[in-house]
Ligand binder design. Structure first.
Ligand code: ADP
Length: 167
């Protein structure tokens, strides 16, 4: 039997409980999940690529163990479709939040399909309590000294406090 490989790309600056919820849903669909951490020069991330890969990896070991699905965390600096081909992905997984993500994701699907029409993009929605979480807003709350513990894993709370110390 051939195994189904999924790729979940993102910036993960930082990893949130919204991302984790999507990952937990995604592993129900695939035999192997590659989490692609984008260098993303456009967004000038707060966390370095190494920090973001590390943050995701730390949270994945337990999820991989309990689910039995192989989860691989990999940085990438190429076109998403090239990276998807490289890791032999069958599907690309993206998360959708309300309507705001739709326009961008709609365009991405169109562009990606023009590059390779064999790899499908599958959209998943997070559970109700995680739907509104966005890395950008988490950073804003952290910067202003607000409580972020219901948005990100405990380890990430610590990392955000190091970046945005509240004195
Ligand atoms: P990108 O820069 O590619 O948008 P992100 O790290 O912001 O990377 O997000 C990665 C993926 O996870 C995207 O598909 C995004 O829409 C999705 N996502 C992020 N937060 C949530 C959430 N709370 N609910 C559902 N999907 C989410």
């Amino acid at each position: 039997m051939t195994k189904l490989v999924g790729i979940y790309p993102g910036t993960f600056d930082p990893l949130t409980l919204g991302h984790i919820d999507i990952i937990k849903r995604a592993i129900k669909l695939v035999d192997e999940l590659v989490i692609g951490v984008a260098v993303n020069a456009n967004k000038t991330p707060v966390f370095s690529l190494e920090e973001r890969v590390e943050m995701v990896s730390v949270e994945m070991s337990e999820i991989a163990q309990t689910s039995g699905v192989s989860i691989i965390v990999k940085p990438f600096d190429t076109l998403l479709m090239r990276f998807a081909e490289e890791v032999k992905a069958d599907i690309i997984i993206r998360g959708l939040r309300a309507v705001s993500d739709f326009e961008y994701e709609f365009q991405m699907v169109g562009m990606n399909a023009a590059l390779n029409d064999e790899i499908e993009t599958v959209f998943l929605m997070a559970g109700a309590r995680y739907q509104a979480i966005a890395s950008r807003l988490v950073k804003e709350v952290a910067r202003l000294g607000g409580n972020i513990s219901s948005f990100v894993p405990e380890n990430v709370v610590g990392k955000l406090l190091e970046k945005f110390p509240t004195v």
